[in-house]
Ligand binder design. Structure first.
Ligand SMILES: C[S@@+](CC[C@H](N)C(=O)[O-])C[C@H]1O[C@@H](n2cnc3c(N)ncnc32)[C@H](O)[C@@H]1O
Ligand code: SF4
Length: 392
C-alpha cells in the first residue's frame, strides 16, 4: 500500500555496455560490441524498462555507458519506441553520452527528434598524442566535427568531457585544451582527473614504473581549470562541473546552481532516487540500493526468464543513508543548505556532524554559514577526503 501511494521516481539512467574499443584507463563496465549482442541487449533493456515503467515519471533521463552513440539508427528507433511508453511530458533534460568517433548527422538528428535535448561528448583532450596515449578511438578533428554535427542537428545543450593529469600532459598542453574547449561555446564542461583504476592497462603501466603520477602538477592543472573556465563565462557548481550561466526558457536557475547544470547529476548529489537500467547499473529507490549484474549475457538471460537481473541489494539504515547523502552533496559548490538536508534525510547536519564540520572549518576546508555548510575552494579540491569524514 505504501509503495502504491509513493511518489513516482524522477530519475532514469540507462547503461549501454558497449564501446568500439576499450580505453586504456577505463574501468566502467563495457566491452567491444557485436551487432547481435547489441540487439539482444536492447530486447532485454525493453523488458527491464517495462518492469519499472509504472513507478517512473522521469524529469531527467541519462543514457550513458559505455558508448550509447555506438547503437545504429535502427537500434535507436527501437529504444525510442520503448521510451514512448513512459510518461515523458515531465522530462526537462534528456542526455545521451556520445563518443566523437561514432556520430553522424543522421544519428544526431534521430536523437534530437526522439526527445534527447542534451549530449555529453567524450572529447578528453585536443592533443592527438595524448588521445593516443589514452587509447581513444578518435582524433581532435573528429571532436570538432562531432560538435558541429550536434549544433546542425539542433542541440543547444552540449557538454564536453575533458581529462587532465594524463601521463605526459604538460601544464601548457592542458591550457591549450582548455582554451580550445572554452572557445567552442559548449554549454557545459565536465572534467576528470585521471584515476588509475586497478585492472586497466594504464594502472599496469604505473605499477611497472613506465609512467609517473605527479600530484603537484595535477593540483596546478585543477587550479588552472577553475580560473580559466570562470574567465570564459562558466560557473562552477560542483568539484569538476561547470555550466554557462546563461538562462534557458524552461530551466530557471536556482540559488544553488546555474540553469544549464546537469539536473540528472544534481539529483544524485542531492540524494534523490533514480532507476538505473542495463548491465552494472545501480538503482536507488526509497532507501534501497540495487545493482544489476555487470555481465551483459547474464543480464539478458535473467530478463529473458522474466527475472530481475540483480547482482546485489542493500537496504541502508537511515543514518547511514543520510551520511552518504551528506558526503555526496558536499561536492556541490553550494554545499548543503541545512533545511534542505533535513527535508531529504530527516537529520540535522548541525547536530549529527557538528564535530566533523568544525574539523573541516579549522583546516580552512569548509565554512559554516547561517543557512548552510559548504566546502571552500581548497576543500573542494579534497572533497573526497571531506566526504570520508561524514561517512564513518
Ligand atoms: C563512462 S565515460 C562515458 C563517455 C564515453 N564513453 C566516452 O568516453 O566518450 C564518462 C567519462 O568518464 C571519464 N573517465 C572514465 N574513466 C576514467 C578514469 N579512469 N579517470 C578519469 N576519468 C575517467 C571520461 O572522461 C569519460 O568521458
Ligand atoms: S572511457 Fe568511454 S569510450 Fe572509453 S572505454 Fe570507457 S566508456 Fe568506453
Amino acid at each position: 500500500m505504501v509503495e502504491l501511494l509513493a511518489k513516482p521516481i524522477g530519475g532514469l539512467y540507462v547503461h549501454v555496455p558497449f564501446c568500439a574499443r576499450k580505453c586504456l584507463y577505463c574501468a566502467f563496465y563495457s566491452e567491444p560490441s557485436r551487432g547481435e549482442v547489441i540487439d539482444r541487449y536492447i530486447g532485454a533493456l525493453i523488458r527491464e524498462l517495462e518492469r519499472v515503467a509504472g513507478d517512473l515519471r522521469p524529469r531527467t533521463i541519462f543514457i550513458g555507458g559505455g558508448t550509447p552513440s555506438l547503437l545504429n539508427l535502427r537500434q535507436w528507433e527501437q529504444v525510442f519506441r520503448a521510451t514512448e511508453r513512459l510518461p515523458l511530458s515531465g522530462v526537462t533534460e534528456w542526455t545521451v553520452e556520445c563518443n566523437p568517433a561514432t556520430l553522424s548527422l543522421d544519428k544526431a538528428r534521430l536523437l534530437r527528434s526522439g526527445g534527447v535535448n542534451r549530449v555529453s561528448l567524450g572529447v578528453q583532450s585536443f592533443d592527438d598524442t595524448l588521445l593516443d596515449r589514452l587509447g581513444r578511438v578518435h582524433s581532435r578533428q573528429m571532436a570538432f566535427h562531432s560538435f558541429d554535427l550536434l549544433r546542425q542537428a539542433g542541440f543547444e545543450n552540449v557538454n564536453l568531457d575533458l581529462m587532465f593529469a594524463i601521463p605526459g600532459q604538460t601544464l601548457a598542453a592542458w591550457r591549450q585544451t582548455l582554451a580550445e574547449a572554452t572557445a567552442m561555446g559548449s554549454e557545459h564542461l565536465s572534467t576528470y582527473e585521471v584515476i588509475y583504476e586497478e585492472d586497466t592497462p594504464l594502472y599496469e603501466q604505473l605499477q611497472a614504473g613506465k609512467i609517473e603520477a605527479n600530484e603537484d602538477l595535477a593540483c596546478a592543472m585543477y587550479e588552472e581549470l577553475v580560473q580559466r573556465v570562470a574567465s570564459a563565462g562558466f560557473q562552477q557548481y560542483e568539484v569538476a562541473n561547470f555550466a554557462r550561466a546563461r538562462n534557458t526558457n524552461n530551466q530557471l536557475p536556482t540559488n544553488d546552481y546555474p540553469s544549464l547544470a546537469c539536473r540528472h547529476n544534481v539529483n544524485y548529489w542531492r540524494g534523490g532516487s533514480f532507476y538505473g537500467l542495463g548491465p552494472s547499473a545501480t538503482t536507488y529507490v526509497r532507501g534501497v540500493r540495487t545493482k544489476n549484474h555487470p555481465n551483459t549475457q547474464l543480464y539478458c538471460e535473467q530478463l529473458e526468464l522474466s527475472r530481475r537481473p540483480l547482482e546485489s541489494r542493500e537496504e541502508l539504515a537511515p543514518l547511514a543513508r543520510a551520511a552518504e547523502t551528506a558526503a555526496f552533496g558536499l561536492r556541490m559548490v553550494a554545499g548543503w543548505p541545512f533545511e534542505l538536508f533535513e527535508r531529504v534525510t530527516g537529520y540535522d547536519l548541525r547536530r549529527e556532524w557538528a564535530e566533523d564540520m568544525n574539523q573541516l572549518v579549522q583546516q580552512d576546508r569548509a565554512r559554516i554559514l547561517p543557512d548552510r555548510f559548504q566546502l571552500t575552494r581548497e576543500g573542494l579540491r579534497f572533497a573526497d577526503a571531506a566526504a570520508e569524514l561524514f561517512l564513518r
